[in-house]
Design a protein around this ligand. Sequence first.
Ligand code: DGL
Length: 262
Amino acid sequence: MIGIFDSGVGGLTVVKEIKKLLPDVPIVYFGDTARLPYGNKSRETIQKYSAEIVDFLKSKGCRTIVVACNTASALAADYIREKYPDLKIYDVVSTGAEAVAETTKSKKVGVIGTTATINSSVYKKKITELDSNIEVFTKACPLFVHLVEENWTRRPETRKIARTYLRDLKLKKIDTLLLGCTHYPLLEKIISGVMGRRTKVIASGEKLAEELKKNLDKRPARIATRSVAGGDEYFVSDLTEHFERLAEKILGKKAKIEKIML
Ligand code: DGL
């Protein structure tokens, strides 16, 4: 059983990538919708929330945890790794940084994310640890989360905001742009359009799914036991119709979602 969590609905973009590669491995998803957004909260609060969620996922039998939220990955992944040495923890920041380092040729890259993620500088640190020749330019794009939540993923207003946010990154002539936030893959068309053909836009969840598959393939017996264990389960700390609609849009199918107080 793989436990996957996010501050809300956006982590389902990561679930989708994981399901593409590992369709038979059951997952337990938790979206902390009652306490989102995480993107403007302090490290201490995000660590506390993340630990509470990991406790819940552990109680559901998950031994592998995916931190699908970039903000929680940036500010709490190392904390939960230390607190739960018995669990295998994957986070989108580590794998996203690897994807960037593997993709760039010009060694000029961009990362966009929430204010908390960008202010933590963790992407910059991880990417330059992998290759010190890479120049990393970053930009917080806090409005993108709200635009996705409002389903404004094709509006001209959104394109205009994207142009404003991405202007400086465009001038830096980056060849790779990492979408360092769970919500941003839903704006990929607009973001790619603004950045132009020379910039490859990548999402942090894709590489994570590949890594997860690689590691699980090494232990087929564990996949087999998981596969017979049951279907996927989706939990949130607050359930609204709005969430259900967005979840369906991201997953491309209706999922049974339960509300649970931690
Ligand atoms: N899930 C968050 C992230 O990937 C975005 C939404 C939020 O701020 O909670 O950074």
